[in-house]
Design a protein around this ligand. Structure first.
Ligand code: 5AD
Ligand code: SF4
Length: 488
């Protein structure tokens, strides 16, 4: 019997490399493919379309990509109808290299034309391989359809690009100048998300605290642009109290949207973290008491060479102020080990600052030279890989210790969680996320819908997560996704 239905459903698979910006773009690409009628699969072998959403921030991402493209070549030889697309910031930067190394790729697209992904795939089907990179942003990705990983949580891009020039970082070169989205559009988007049942949002940008800086320039002319209030929000227009909207205004406005219960943001730059942001976090219940504040290094010399614009003391002062004002604050960070010229004494200072800051979590990276960045030129000062990796082991121990101590201090407490789903390792356990962004695993002894809010009692601490018992479900989500629960 011909199985016509099965035969016509085409499938897609996406792999994401890199940061949350990329995960966010991946959700958009998935949304577009689903609009085209494709269904998601985890398996490359059964996909008709494979999208690799790449990242160029750290080196091993390119090695992984070229390895992956090598494997896909065989698949494409077996199934010439398979379409392969490569997007993201590595594609933006290395378009020619990808074309050269992997001529079997059908579409190469950049970070500014995510919305064209499916159009380009269709064009490539008719006309052969296409590369389309746009240097300037056409539209913010948030205007695109989306297929979310979690039905209760959404990312909202508030700004793209970066105007800083950290010596190690390729982002300004590939993502371009900082552009903030208009204030009113952002608040409108959050209202739309809340109406669709989303209760948690994360505001995304390379340097969220400088949100609005470029809007100032637009507003500075002799005549007020007619859309001034749309661009900058009421804070600016009503009485011209200052020349631009602040990030803290935006935090307050999105937190006030009916239905939004948790607001997070990533990443702020320590040099731009303003008292107004800390005050907003201390005053507004919807703003989660979690600060991700990239340190990068604890040595003043290394920080200066990185052009970070703060010293270790200044960083610690900001942390202290935040801790003093925001009750029960969780703190996480990014740290780079082995920046060119980093001496043992510099690294020891990083260890000291990390211990003093008592990070709950840290993303730690071994420095990797990105061609075209200032630091990549300092070849004579590169730190040998073996030294960097030994330092990384020492740093991880310090982070693990503070993370574990932080977790142990939660034992016996009640935490509000949003239920995410079954635990990946054990289907008898459910997983939820605390306001601190910690995962709590707890036994699945009753059906709970993903997106429900619940109280759990923390019963044990692991290094990076918690174990708990369900106390009560406090509210169910508006949408209907029931997590299958194994009877216990
Ligand atoms: N090498 C290692 N880590 C890097 N990061 C950015 N560029 C590099 C690089 N060249 C890290 C920084 C940043 C995070 C997103 O990635 O810590 O905060
Ligand atoms: Fe890169 Fe520095 Fe901009 Fe962050 S602030 S994106 S590290 S240049």
């Amino acid at each position: 019997m011909p199985n016509t239905l099965w035969a016509v459903i085409r499938k897609y698979a996406i792999r994401t490399y890199g940061c949350q910006m990329n995960e966010h773009d991946t959700e958009r690409i998935a949304g577009l493919l689903e609009m085209d009628g494709l269904q998601q699969t985890e398996l490359f072998e059964e996909a008709d379309v494979i999208v690799l959403n790449t990242c160029c921030i750290r080196e091993n991402a390119d090695n992984k990509l070229y390895g992956q493209l090598g494997n896909l070549k065989k698949l494409k030889e077996q199934r010439p109808d398979l379409q392969i697309a490569v997007g993201g910031c590595l594609a933006q930067k290395d378009r020619e290299i990808i074309r050269d190394k992997a001529p079997h790729v059908d579409v190469v697209f950049g970070t500014h034309n995510v919305g064209r992904a499916t159009g380009l795939l269709a064009e490539a089907r008719d006309n052969g391989p296409i590369t389309e990179i746009i240097e300037e942003s056409e539209a913010f990705p948030s205007a695109l359809p989306v297929k979310r990983n979690l039905s209760h949580a959404a990312w909202v891009t508030i700004q793209i690009g970066c105007d800083n020039s950290c010596a190690f970082c390729i982002v300004p070169a590939v993502r371009g100048r900082e552009i903030s989205r208009p204030y009113k559009e952002l608040v409108g988007e959050v209202e739309g998300l809340a109406a669709a049942g989303i209760t948690e949002i994360t505001l995304l940008g390379q340097n969220v605290n400088s949100y609005g800086r470029d809007l100032t320039l637009k507003l500075r002319g002799d005549e007020l642009p007619p859309n001034a209030e749309d661009l900058a929000g009421k804070a600016w227009v009503a009485g011209s109290r200052r020349s631009r909207p602040l990030f803290s205004d935006l935090l307050r406005s999105v937190a006030a949207v009916d239905g939004i219960r948790r607001v997070r943001y990533t990443s702020p730059h320590p040099k731009d973290l303003r008292p107004e942001t800390i005050s907003a976090m201390s005053e507004i219940a919807e703003l989660c008491e979690h600060l991700h504040l990239p340190l990068q290094s604890g040595s003043d010399e290394v920080l200066a060479a990185m052009h970070r614009g703060y010293t270790a003391d200044r960083y610690l002062e900001k942390v202290k102020r935040a801790r003093d004002q925001i009750d029960d604050l969780a703190l996480s960070t990014d740290i780079i080990v082995g920046f060119p010229g980093e001496r043992e004494v510099d690294f020891e200072q990083t260890l000291e600052v990390a211990a003093e800051a008592r990070f709950d979590n840290a993303y730690t990276f071994v420095y990797s030279p990105r061609p075209g960045t200032e630091a990549a030129e300092l070849i004579d000062e590169y730190v040998p890989a073996s030294v960097a990796s030994a330092r990384m082991d020492r740093l991880r121990k310090v982070i693990e210790r503070s993370s574990r101590l932080g977790n142990e201090s939660r034992v016996g407490r009640r935490e509000e969680i949003i239920v995410e789903g079954s635990s990946k390792r054990d289907p008898n356990m459910l997983t939820g996320r605390t306001r601190h962004n910690r995962l709590v695993h707890f036994p699945a002894n009753q059906p709970i819908r993903s997106g429900s809010y619940a109280q759990v009692e923390v019963t044990a601490a692991r290094t990076f997560n918690l174990l708990g018992e369900l106390v009560e479900i406090t509210s169910a989500p508006k949408h209907r996704t029931r997590i299958p629960v194994v009877a216990s």
